[in-house]
Design a binder for this molecule. Structure first.
Ligand code: FES
Length: 172
C-alpha cells in the first residue's frame, strides 16, 4: 500500500523523460487532429466548388418567347425532347415526354387535349397529371425560368413529383 503511494507521487529525475515524451506525443496528436480537420474543411470547400462548376454546366434550352404561346397550348420541343405547356393561367411547365408507367414516348393528342400513351393507354393532362391508368404518377418536369420574355428550360435532369404545384411552373 505504501509502495503504491510512493510510486504515484514519485517526482524522481528518471520520470521526467517519460513525462516529456507524453507531452510530445500529446502535441503530435493535437497537430495531427488539426491537420485532419483542416483537410476535411478543404475537401468540403473543394466539393462545393465542384458542384458550383457543374451547375454552370447545366444544359439550358431556349424554348422560345412567351408571346409565341397561347394559354392552353402544348408544344413539343424537339431540341430538348420535352413538351412545353402553357397553362390556362399563362404560366409555363416543361414536361418529360416519358410515360411514368413503363417509359413509352408520349404524343400530345390535339383532339383529346391530352397526352395519350400508345403502349397501354394512360392519359395525362396539360399539367402532366395522370388522368387514366395504368400510370398513376404525374409526368416528370424540367425547371423553367423566364428571362426577358425568353423561356429557358434546364434539361440537365427531370424532376419526379407526386402532384402539381405552381412551384413547378414559371410565369411572367
Ligand atoms: S408505358 Fe404508358 S401506359 Fe404503359
Amino acid at each position: 500500500m505504501e509502495s503504491t503511494k510512493q510510486y504515484k507521487s514519485c517526482n524522481c529525475p528518471h520520470s521526467r523523460p517519460r513525462r516529456s515524451f507524453l507531452q510530445w506525443l500529446w502535441t503530435a496528436c493535437l497537430t495531427l487532429a488539426a491537420v485532419e480537420v483542416g483537410w476535411l474543411g478543404f475537401s468540403i470547400f473543394n466539393a462545393s466548388g465542384k458542384r458550383g462548376k457543374e451547375r454552370t454546366q447545366d444544359r439550358i434550352i431556349d424554348a422560345g418567347t412567351v408571346d409565341q404561346f397561347k394559354p392552353g397550348q402544348v408544344k413539343a420541343i424537339a431540341q430538348g425532347q420535352f413538351y412545353l405547356s402553357r397553362l390556362e393561367d399563362g404560366r409555363f411547365i416543361a414536361l418529360s415526354r416519358v410515360c411514368t408507367h413503363l417509359g413509352c414516348a408520349l404524343p400530345w393528342n390535339y383532339e383529346k387535349q391530352a397526352f395519350v400513351c400508345p403502349c397501354h393507354g394512360s392519359t395525362f393532362d396539360r399539367q402532366g397529371l395522370a388522368t387514366r391508368p395504368p400510370a398513376t404518377r404525374p409526368l416528370d418536369y424540367y425547371r423553367v425560368r423566364i428571362e426577358n420574355g425568353v423561356i429557358m428550360v434546364n434539361i440537365t435532369t427531370s424532376v419526379g413529383r407526386s402532384g402539381f404545384s405552381s412551384s413547378q411552373t414559371a410565369g411572367v
